[in-house]
Design a protein around this ligand. Structure first.
Ligand code: SME
Length: 160
């Protein structure tokens, strides 16, 4: 599946008023299939208590279901309100291991202006797997999801 096909599929589901949970699930599953370098693909949602909670994911189960803002690569992305592209996690002290095979990690915020809803987190077994083109594709999906969050009057919405 290409990201174009995934966005078309998400548009179709949104037209059918699919719940946000389904949109997140489809986005994660579809995105995982777009690139063989993606070995773990998931969404963490940001909650009012400044905790990230694991949503849908594809790949090995992880112990890191809850991550506090500021912790690990994921929590740092929220604390610093920026995307993270870590070419080699072995060189990062503030890293929470999901799999010992992981070498690089990409976190793209799901944000609409100042409002951060969560993030897409992707791990790869390859060093520096996330080149400019890969980042741009993940960003498209994150931006689509941000619009979906904004469109749904969700009680889980947070201003980060
Ligand atoms: N590596 C992340 C934790 C999430 S797992 O990769 C799925 C981190 O350092 O925050």
């Amino acid at each position: 599946m290409s990201v174009d096909q995934l966005i078309a599929r998400l548009d179709e589901l949104a037209r059918q008023d699919a719940p946000l949970e389904q949109l997140l699930d489809e986005a994660v599953r579809g995105l995982h299939e777009t690139d063989p370098r993606f070995h773990w693909t998931g969404v963490y949602e940001l909650f009012e208590d400044h905790m990230l909670r694991l949503g849908p994911f594809v790949g090995a189960p992880t112990d890191h279901v809850f991550i506090g803002v500021g912790n690990g690569v994921c929590g740092t992305a929220i604390a610093e309100r920026r995307n993270m592209n870590v070419p080699d996690v072995r060189e990062t002290s503030n890293y929470l291991a999901c799999s010992t095979e992981t070498r690089s990690e990409l976190v793209i915020l799901i944000r609409d202006g100042e409002t951060i809803y969560g993030q897409i987190d992707i791990d790869s077994h390859r060093v520096a797997a996330f080149d400019e083109a890969a980042v741009a594709q993940v960003q498209r999906v994150a931006d689509w999801l941000a619009r979906a969050y904004a469109a749904k009057a969700s009680s889980r919405r947070t201003t980060g």
